[in-house]
Design a protein around this ligand. Structure first.
Ligand SMILES: Nc1ncnc2c1ncn2[C@@H]1O[C@H](COP(=O)(O)OP(=O)(O)OP(=O)(O)O)[C@@H](O)[C@H]1O
Length: 267
């Protein structure tokens, strides 16, 4: 591994074996991720994005290939995952949800409360610390999830369409808040999204995947300086060029994915 790399994936393949048939979800993935990088992954539905993240999180085992991860702090948490859906514990208050990972790690009560409050403050949720998940909005729940992931200080954040279920306005706000908190931490982040805009706003590089079985079709560098501003970004020629390139790469794959699913189109 090169000194700046934190993850190196070589020849990774994943086949789900069922009683009747086998399904190859990922084929020959080769990817290096630099420490502190924000990497976005876009690709058509069913191309294996979640599977790749689950393998990196250790929730799934690859069929072939190697993954090298260079831990930063001996004994520390290597990965933490933020899911799209509602993954908060409904019986715990907001602050207890944020503290949970620290409790598992054995951090004492006073210290973990202090750390959780700090991240709730960063996410604008301090006032809601004692609320329960059913008492807060979808956007606020995702803020709690982001706070929960950051507070455990993992080496690598894995984010699986965390804002996918939010309305556009909340999504834009959450993206900005995520960038603000990420820019202070420079935590290696792998972020799955279906939105080209979101990938361009957040990412240092963007991986475009092919339709099933998922392979890496292209890797693009987002040469847009940070800190990023949404309005400035959208009027920049580089942004528009990249958007067009990514859409051209993706469109073919989305059509292939639809054909595979037997969707009839009138084009
Ligand atoms: N546990 C499993 N057993 C069998 N097949 C699975 C399993 N998990 C995923 N798959 C299949 O693997 C393929 C990739 O799924 P995955 O969820 O990784 O795709 P994705 O790109 O994240 O999709 P989406 O964008 O719709 O969330 C799909 O065909 C899916 O049906």
């Amino acid at each position: 591994m090169l000194p700046e790399e934190i993850i190196k994936i070589q020849g990774l393949t994943k086949t789900f074996k069922n009683k009747k048939s086998n399904l190859m979800a990922l084929e020959n993935i080769n990817l290096s991720i630099i420490d502190g990088e924000f990497l976005c992954i876009v690709g058509p539905s069913g191309c294996g994005k979640t599977t790749l993240l689950r393998i990196l999180a250790g929730l799934e085992k690859q069929t072939e290939g190697k993954i090298y991860i260079k831990p930063k702090n001996p004994g520390g948490l290597i990965t933490s995952m933020v899911f799209q859906g509602d993954s908060l514990f409904p019986w715990m208050s907001v602050i207890e949800n944020v503290e949970y990972g620290l409790k598992i790690k054995g951090v004492d009560k006073k210290q973990r409360r202090k750390m959780a409050l700090e991240f709730l403050e960063k996410m604008g949720l301090r006032k809601f610390a004692d609320y329960y998940p059913h008492q807060i909005s979808g956007g606020m729940k995702q803020r709690v999830n982001v706070a929960r992931a950051f507070v455990s200080d993992p080496d690598i954040l894995l984010m699986d369409e965390p804002f996918g279920a939010l309305d556009e306005q909340n999504r834009l706000i959450l993206q900005q808040e995520l960038l603000r908190i990420w820019e202070g931490s420079e935590k290696t982040t792998i972020f799955i999204t279906h939105s080209i805009d979101e990938a361009l706003f957040l990412g240092d590089r963007i991986v475009v995947m092919t339709a099933h079985p998922g392979k890496i079709k292209a890797m693009l560098k987002v040469d847009i300086e940070r800190p990023r501003e949404l309005l400035k970004l959208r009027t920049s020629p580089h942004y528009n060029e990249l958007y067009k390139t990514i859409w051209e790469l993706l469109e073919e794959e989305v059509r292939k994915a639809e054909e595979t699913r037997g969707v009839k189109r009138n084009v």
